[in-house]
Write a protein that binds this ligand. Structure first.
Ligand code: PGA
Length: 258
């Protein structure tokens, strides 16, 4: 199975011109690797349009960083300022990140809201990238309890929908580059949690072959140490995804067969 790297641009860059430049500097694809760009909503359409076959960006996929929990016409469309999953699907977006810790913490997204978003996105065939992660560094047992609780709530009712292509991103909040000065979790601890998450998804949500990835201060120097484990299916990269040279090196160093 291919590994996946999701580059989360967060609320960057400030202009469409810069977005285009950042995007064009990315490698167009890599063997054994699926590369996903999670750009802000406002840039997605033009970036997707620029990947027409003639430009040869066949290896790149797109994610949005959020979506709303209703789809038209069921929700009536009366949600000023929101973007529905069906809008994203119709635009050519393949993945949607839901439950990122920055949205949980700064915007106040609750597990209930996240669950509604997950269900709405799955309903229209988007692949969900559900982010989970404990806020503080705690014992392994407490961290697992925390994650179990998040998964139970966030994925409640999802077993009946098409969840098989979705991804869970384990992102310990304390290991994000913005909160921990670029110090990631240890690959061994991340591996242990990822194995736990996979087991939980199989037994509770009937996933056949869940993809579970790691996020938190991933860069070109440490990516190999995570991806070398067959159980770690990929990485969610934040801060480093804005640095053109880093992106190239991350993709290069993700060649875990070497
Ligand atoms: P980071 O962010 O790589 O900057 O730690 C990861 C994320 O927020 O998804």
């Amino acid at each position: 199975m291919n590994k996946i790297i999701i580059f989360n641009w967060k609320m960057n860059p400030a202009s469409a011109k810069e977005a285009k430049q950042l995007f064009s500097s990315m490698p167009k694809g890599a063997n054994g690797l699926e590369i996903v760009v999670a750009a802000p909503f406002v840039y997605l359409e033009s970036l997707i349009a620029s990947t027409s076959a003639k430009e040869g960006y066949g290896g790149l996929r797109f994610a949005s960083q959020n979506c709303f929990w209703e789809n038209q016409p069921a929700g009536g469309g009366a949600y000023t300022g929101e973007i529905s999953p069906i809008m994203l699907k119709n635009l050519g977006v393949e993945y949607v990140i839901i439950g990122h810790s920055e949205r949980r913490n700064y915007i106040g997204e609750t597990d209930e809201m996240i669950n509604r978003k997950v269900l709405a996105a799955l309903k229209v065939g988007l692949k969900v990238v559900l982010c989970v992660g404990e806020p503080e560094r705690v014992s392994s047992g407490s961290a697992k309890d925390y994650i179990k609780n998040q998964l139970e709530k966030d994925l409640s009712g999802a077993g009946k929908l098409k969840i098989e292509n979705s991804i869970v991103a384990y992102e310990p909040v304390w290991a994000l580059s913005t909160t921990n000065n670029g110090r990631p979790d240890t690959p061994e601890d991340a591996l242990e949690m990822i194995k736990y998450i996979r087991k939980f998804l199989i037994s509770n949500f009937q996933f056949l072959n869940p993809m579970v990835i790691y996020g938190g201060s991933v860069d070109s120097k440490n990516i190999q140490s995570f991806l070398k484990y067959k159980e770690i299916d990929g990485a969610l990269v934040g801060g480093a995804s804005l640095k053109k040279e880093e992106v190239k090196k991350i993709i290069l160093n993700s060649n875990y067969d070497k």
